[in-house]
Design a protein around this ligand. Sequence first.
Ligand code: SF4
Length: 729
Amino acid sequence: MTSSIKKTYCRVCEASCGLAVEVEEDGHGNETIRRIKPDDEHPISRGYACIKGTTLGGIHHDPDRVNYPMKRINGVFQRISWEQAIQEIADRASAIKTRYGANALGHYSGNPSHANFKNILCTGDFIKILGSRNLYASHSIDLNNKFQVASDMYGVEIVHPIPDFEHIQFFMCIGANPVVSQMSVISVINPLEKMQSIEARGGKVVIVDPRRSETASKVGEHLFIQPGTDAFLLLAMLAVLHFELNFSVSKVDKFADGAQELLAAAKQWTPERVEPITGIAAADIRRIAEEYQKADGAALYMSTGVNMGPFGSIAYWVLQGINYLSGNLDKRGGLLIPEGALDWLGLAQQIIVNDPDIVTAEHGWQQVAGCFPITALPEEILSAQPDHIRALFISAGNPVHSTPHSDWPKAMESLDLCVSVDIYINETAERYADYVLPATDMLERSDFPLSHLPLQSEPYAQYSTAVLRAKFERREEWQIFGDLLLAIGAPLVSTKPLLILSRINAVLKRLPGNMLLTPDHLLKLLLAFGGKASLKQLRAKPEGIKLPPHEPGSFLTKRLKRPINLAPSRVLSDLPRLTAYAENLEQGRSAKSASSLLLIGRRSRKSHNSWMHNNQDIKQPDSNYVYIHPEDAATRQLSDGDRAKISNGDKFIVLPVSITTDLMKGVIAASHGWGHQDSKNRKSRRLSGENVNRVIPGGNAHMEPVSGQAIMLGHPVEVVKLVESVASS
Ligand code: SF4
């Protein structure tokens, strides 16, 4: 028995915390994870990691993992060989493609895919190499608006200015709860500590949220806001800054076009008009705007609590506009645009291609970051077009569980072929997959945080080799999709790395030796030509290498390829919807009835979307809860622990009640990702929580028009005390 410590990093969220994994080897090739600790030697995380990272062993050793290719035979999954799986799937996909055309094949890529550089460089091209337009991705569940607005304003989806936490004096955080779920579209370690140090040096932190979150209870001034109205707050702040405080735009105007259109859009949203919409007093809006302006370095930040509401794109546009017009963009003490270990900005412009002429068949949704929005998928499957989707490949995703749409069952049942590539048989696969192919987990593959390079608050590079050999017959996704590609029949010549590697490997496999070309070779090349550290250097420092700090001013003067577009037409065209929303409220025509409450989400430190509840090493609560204000509870005779029926039309769920003054009146909160009773995964199926997506409307009418972002927050629901036992609908 030997034991060793291996360095790696967690790939659950953008923080990418360094981990030290103690692995025991029994002398017969069997490896066991003894312990995972935060890595004290990691140059950025310096001994910080949350429970999700330190319990990854519970996923690696989970007896419910899928370990072999499985085929549904007479309704039951049975083990088959890899050869049989690849050939049968390829034969069926190929027949569909020949008969109906390439667009009849679709691919959905779930959340963990973004943290796997091999998926970014290779797997994402699988369906496109086959000639299909139909690639869908999970970023349309919670951040399509950010990608779309960045693309429209900066010309590339991955520019998301990062607050210079070490120097800012004012930080406003809207719709985020970093204490529980870190920060999204920012790679930053221990954001609470960062925010507390702003206060410690005399600066100001403002948290805007319909709930006094765990973050708001520990740092800053908290402002309650009506769900879905953040865009109005930001517009009112801009109106105050420019029209009342004579916020000068002249000194930065040379790097951008469209400032006057942006300012004109803000003009009507005075704090007095916005107060009854947002629930934030006009005096507070003015005061916050003044504090922002007076600060020597300020940053505004918003996250999923805004993204998933009705006006996520408008909000992000205004927020970016304020950050820029105030002179805080690309400034020490404001917001910086990281370069990363290699020119990912340049690379992204080659990899992420959105052809405006390529749209979904049914409602003409465009691609965002190269992918269509996921809640458009059921309608694309059920479309009457002859080449509608008939075969669906799903990698690291659970779309039926994770997104709202009443047509999911009908759509999925109509497919001729459904293949899930995953580490678990999740709810989507359990019900609808014909085949499930076992993927490696993050500890079983080498990796590099490619997608997070432009998001790093402190620049660094880290390459992790695989900590463990892949157990059983688990395989890496790029290999699975490469094999499928060749078996289905791909073009002979392509510039796409997935096909090039797969074709070369098909030859190498016939030769003696175990030589294979992998995406790691591609990474080595990318780092060799223009990287700030070579792969050899990174291999020598497995805990990671700190890179020189971001250079303020370098983005606007050197890296920006064209002026920033402060008046993107796509966003401007959505402004009438915003005005109509306000006018409906002002004229008493709200979609919310007198008795309904607005449903928002709430994250948990112990879970991540829908795939952490079976982790053997995390003790979960028995259920998700509905959180409700005491006055709303009292009018419904609800007490703590009662069961409440939450309904939207004829759909309802039942959740235990938790009464809290941390929520604003008129709002309820519940965590997503629950409701695993249909799963065969033994731990999660015993939990009694419910899937909130059952009471959230989905589909075309509930997608944000600018980006196709699913609108999942702020919908009115009815809440009553449950006095009898019923099954959820
Ligand atoms: S904060 Fe937690 S989930 Fe995120 S990378 Fe670190 S350990 Fe993983």
